[in-house]
Design a protein around this ligand. Structure first.
Ligand SMILES: [Fe+2]
Length: 436
């Protein structure tokens, strides 16, 4: 039986099913563990978590409270504050065992503006068609914008606001539909679609971190759309080169943040945040990035967010010079790149997309291929999947939905898979069929 309790009711021997609250509020990254260490008991009791959900079938229950307090035991979660979070420890754990780690606890963000929720949240299948149309429209808008930028013409950033609002509304309805579509892009359309994907990821990450108003998230979306606009000033033969760049070519490409920033400063209605993210999205927190070699706090929050979103989408996309990586391999690599990213931002980013993001093809212990169709915020290693392929039979099967958190019956994810390795060509079309 699951029971929601206050932090001061926590004691050794309880099975911690979930920890509720902001991701800044506690040092624990793994849900589903038996609380036995005194230090862990103290850390949880003195954290800023809103509440804790225990499983009394797998551990101790709360001690019987006085009668007067009993009625509030399962609903009230007020408690003192202290104990700073330990995101570094969590990141270290994740770097060592990426397949079975970082079971981030859902961190509810602020209540979205009313306009975003007017249509209410909906399922992946319900949002998929609308998200597909938004993605197609975004490609047209960005192709036009980038073509103009290539000619050196200024940007009128307020013309991007309707697109950003559509992206934000789609994410508010279903946080995964649009990002799952935008991740599947061809090499030819990479430059345009990447900018849209970064915009969507920025908004999604901002919602995960929480505390931003609608205008700020809108600026984050515009920043995502414009972050790489300086690439339009790069020589096409370098930008689209299928192989590794020479040192001289790489030196040229490293000029794109400044070239983009220069164009945007001459443009109209460009938010300050977009100027900042454009110029600084290749800075690294250890000071080895470019163009200014800024360190840590010298890099703004949104530039650090932009860096994570930019690299994740790049790694998981087919680019002219590199095939896409499966998402959790990209996340593993990012965790291993100590000094590149802000660890708090990276942890929040994983919470926002999941360890196995929606659309990821996975192999199950039951010898099926399945695709992730929803995230379980309480345990990102056990998402909802749709089985569609029998590995022993090497044949498609009637799709079957399985929530690996509550109805797995012993089944679990073994690994992420590249669908093309299984002969599943044209995955973009297959994903659309499966998701919708
Ligand atoms: Fe860039």
């Amino acid at each position: 039986m699951f029971k929601r309790i206050r932090r001061n009711q926590i004691r050794s021997g309880m099975f911690i099913h979930a920890i509720e609250g902001s991701w800044f509020s506690h040092p624990f990254m793994k849900a589903g563990f038996l609380l036995t260490e005194a230090d862990d008991v103290d850390a949880l009791r003195t954290s800023r978590a809103d509440a804790v959900v225990i499983d009394t079938a797998r551990g101790l229950d709360v001690e019987p409270p006085p009668q007067a307090a009993r009625e509030t035991a399962e609903t009230d979660a007020a408690a003192p504050e202290s104990a700073p979070p330990e995101p570094e420890r969590a990141v270290a754990d994740a770097a060592e065992t990426p397949e079975a780690v970082a079971v981030p606890i859902h961190a509810p963000g602020p209540t979205p503006p009313a306009a975003e929720t007017a249509e209410g949240p909906c399922s992946l299948a319900e949002e998929f068609g609308r998200a597909s149309r938004i993605a197609e429209n975004a490609k047209l808008v960005m192709t036009e914008l980038y073509d103009q930028a290539r000619l050196g013409r200024i940007v009128e950033a307020d013309t991007l606001v309707p697109l950003v609002d559509e992206i934000a509304a789609s994410i508010a309805r279903n946080q995964s539909a649009l990002t799952s579509i935008l991740r599947l892009k061809s090499k030819d359309e990479y430059t345009y679609v990447h900018s849209v994907a970064v915009a969507a990821l920025m908004i999604n990450l901002g919602r995960e971190i929480g505390g931003f108003d609608r205008d700020t998230l809108r600026d984050a979306g515009v920043a995502g759309l414009l972050h790489d606009i300086g690439k339009m000033a790069m020589p096409p033969e370098v930008l689209g080169k299928p192989g590794d760049l020479t040192h001289a070519e790489y030196t040229i490409m490293k000029l794109h943040p400044e070239r983009g920033h220069s164009l945007l400063t001459r443009s109209r209605d460009v938010p300050e945040m977009a100027l900042d993210v454009c110029l600084h999205h290749h800075e690294k927190v250890n000071g080895t990035g470019y163009p200014k070699r800024l360190k840590g706090g010298q890099i703004t929050l949104f530039a650090r967010m932009g860096a994570a979103c930019d690299v994740y989408d790049a790694l998981t996309s087919n680019r002219p010079y590199k095939e896409a990586w499966v998402p959790n391999m990209a996340l593993k690599t990012m965790f291993g790149s100590r000094g590149h990213f802000d660890s708090d931002i990276l942890t929040a980013f994983i919470r926002s997309v999941g360890i196995y993001p929606v659309g990821t093809v996975v192999r199950l212990r039951s010898d099926h291929l399945a695709v992730v169709t929803d995230i379980n915020p309480a345990d990102l290693t056990r998402p909802v999947v749709r089985m569609f392929f029998s590995i022993p039979k090497r044949a498609a099967i009637a799709p079957q939905d399985v929530n690996l958190l509550v109805e797995a019956d012993g089944d679990a994810i073994v690994s992420s898979e590249n669908p093309e390795d299984w002969g599943l060509e044209g995955w973009e079309g297959r994903w659309a069929t499966i998701a919708a």
